[in-house]
Design a protein around this ligand. Sequence first.
Ligand code: HEM
Length: 268
Amino acid sequence: MDGSTREINCDLVTDDCRRCRSADTRSTRNLAPRGARGVARALLGGRTRRALRAPHGASMTTIGTTQNTPAAKPTTPPGYRLGDPTLARSPVTLDELDLLRGTLLMGDDDLVHLRLAGEVVRDQIEDILDVWYGFVGANPHLVRYFSNLSDGKPNAEYLARVRARFGQWIVDTTNARYDQAWLDYQHEVGLRHRKPGKNATDGVASVPHIPLRYVLAFVMPLSATMTPFLAKKGHPPETVAKMRDAWTKAVLLTAILWSEPYVKDGEF
Ligand code: HEM
């Protein structure tokens, strides 16, 4: 383990990382639903791999990169704006965010296990995205939100650009500081799932709005499919379960925040 991961300040990470590094991750691809990888590749025309960067330039920026290695100089996907000071401020306050986290029973132990989950999955992100894109690709009622208005066909470039930000989101979610910058970007991403914000970042002419019901329902596949990846590095089942719980809470928290722009004024 390099020095950077120690800065996460998590004993579990330090201890378990040795196992993480020696584990074989190749067979994870077999976890994709039957035919899903083919669909994903057909949609994308091959995978895009990008260096993933955690935000804010401090110790936690090292997840997914190796410090002091020029080749690992971080890049961010096009359209990614976490930490951009010109973003609109979230209508949700930090105090309200704290209350929300408390309501989700998200405690310090969850944060420890969320950080550990980030370490465990950081070399599996493309495999995870294969599974999620496979799920979307296998469901016409979902893939239509990536389709061209003109011909109804999936827009491969749109899929690829969003995929890169989706990978970054996994890193950011396991690494979240729940500060103002993070909160503001949740507001932005919520706006990007509905009209008029959808499609603008990538300049595409696609379906203009994703119904809130699917955004909320999507928490389940994003949570359930994570378990095999979290178990991949040989952690005890109870640790895997804690990582899964922490991940589920973190995804649910983002989906709740992303629902704010959908809700009538004053009713969020
Ligand atoms: C828990 C639910 C969901 C999560 C966590 C999630 C995650 C994400 C992320 C991380 C991005 C990129 C954000 C960025 O621009 O930085 C994104 C964008 C997008 N997602 Fe979702 N998503 C969810 C639900 C859905 C559903 C149900 C659909 C329907 C297929 C969908 C379709 C899209 C599309 C089309 C974009 C691009 C929006 C744009 O034009 O900017 N998402 N999503």
